[in-house]
Write a protein that binds this ligand. Sequence first.
Ligand SMILES: [Fe+2]
Length: 203
Amino acid sequence: MKTFTEQKFDIPELKGISKKSVEEHLGLYAGYVKNFGALNAEMSALMPESEKHMHAISELLRRLSFEFGGMRLHEYYFAELQGGAKPLDPNSSLAQAINETYPSENPEERIKKLLKNIGSMRGPGWAILYWDPKSRQILAGFSGEQHQGHFVTLPIILALDVWEHAYILDYGASGKGKYIDAFFENLNWGVCEENFKNAHSAQ
Ligand SMILES: [Fe+2]
């Protein structure tokens, strides 16, 4: 199996999200990469006697998808914060696709409001914008932790982390709404446009 390596991100100073919070958050991301590798190694060691280790293996399988989700979703999230804030180009193919599913005068504001509504609910760990290549439309959804609740197979256009660890340092336990506003103030929509182009051209 190829090894999974921690990606490095060049994140500028953010408005409303402290350097310390970003540093700690990057540390959590590094943990997901490390744990995913360690769990894979444990699985390989137990597999030759899978009958004997059945219960341990089933727990490892659950943990594997959790750690993998944490690894990948954070890679989307931190990439979206690189390069500085950039608005959604209203003439981009992403803006047009958003308008087809969620018609409005301002697609950027429409998605911000939608993901804020999803992310503000009690429960979701992530608010996510997807592209469905089969029905050819943008869809908004969420993941309960980071591996449950996903629209499986759909490529991700925008991933917004709404776990408490993303905002508790800067805003306290009840500050999720303020954090989501700050996230969108720092979001580089150019990265989402690129995610959309890649998802669109892969069909
Ligand atoms: Fe996170």
